[in-house]
Each structure stands twice: as C-alpha cells, then as structure tokens.
Design a protein around this ligand. Sequence first.
Ligand code: IDP
Ligand code: MG
Length: 139
Amino acid sequence: MATNRTFTMLKPDAIENGYAGKILDMIIQAGFEIKAMKLTRLTTEQAQKFYEVHAERPFYGELVEYMTSGPIVAAILEKENAVADFRTLIGATDPAEAAEGTIRKNYAESKGRNAVHGSDSDENAEIEGIFHFSSSEIL
Ligand code: IDP
Ligand code: MG
C-alpha cells in the first residue's frame, strides 16, 4: 500500500447510532478517496490481534468487547498526507478533548466508544489495511 493511504474503521457505536453515512460524507468531503470498504463484524480473535499493542493497557478487555459488539465499516483511504490529515479530521481520542468540527467531536460517545479508528503511521496503515482486505479487494 502506498504511503499516501490510511486505514479506518467506523466503530460499533457509530454504526449503532446511525452515523455511518454522515461520517463517510465528512471523509469524502475532506478529500479522501475510498480504495477499499466493507461492512463486517470482528471476531474476538481479530479484535485482540488488531489491538495487540494495547494488550497490557487496563482498557484492553473493554476495548475488545466493544469492538466485537456490533458491525463496523473498514476502509482504506487515499489522500496526500493521508495518515496525518486523517488523524486531524478525526480529532483527539477523547471526544471531550477533540477539536470542533472533527468526527469524534461530532459523533463519538466517549474516550472508549469514539466512533472511528485512524492509523497512527504509514507502516501501521499498511499492516492494518492488509489485516482487513485481500489484494483483490483493494483498488
Ligand atoms: P487512538 O484511537 O486515538 O489512536 P489509542 O490510544 O491508540 O487511541 O487507543 C485505541 C483505542 O482504545 C481508542 O480509540 C479507544 O477506543 C480505546 N481507548 C483508548 N484509551 C482508552 C481509555 O482510557 N478507556 C477506554 N478505552 C480507551
Ligand atoms: Mg491508536
């Protein structure tokens, strides 16, 4: 995957609350092009693996339970400076600290149930994209 790409998930709270369309619209209006997308539901094993880096954190169990609690939308997005620009678009992890006009400010419930995932580096964007999509599913 090229370095002008990032990976996102619309998390279970966003889907449950009916915000998938609004969030996708913000993403597209911000100039991101969708290169892969699917509605899916993570198994416990998949969620544990995806968030392996947080395995020692106190919220890991809660995070895995939440991420498997309902459907998600996974997507690969392309834009110049995709990783950093997408982190700016989604805002801080905790919606109480997220800037006005960001996706998390608008649509997240809490620091845990925060509506959307965004990769934190080009390297992780590639790993996370490949985790969710086979090469024939990526444009
Ligand atoms: P990020 O999603 O903004 O990169 P990370 O620190 O990588 O934030 O944490 C991954 C995810 O774990 C967060 O998006 C959130 O869903 C959850 N999380 C992070 N910190 C907490 C917390 O203190 N309590 C509950 N859940 C948390
Ligand atoms: Mg992170």
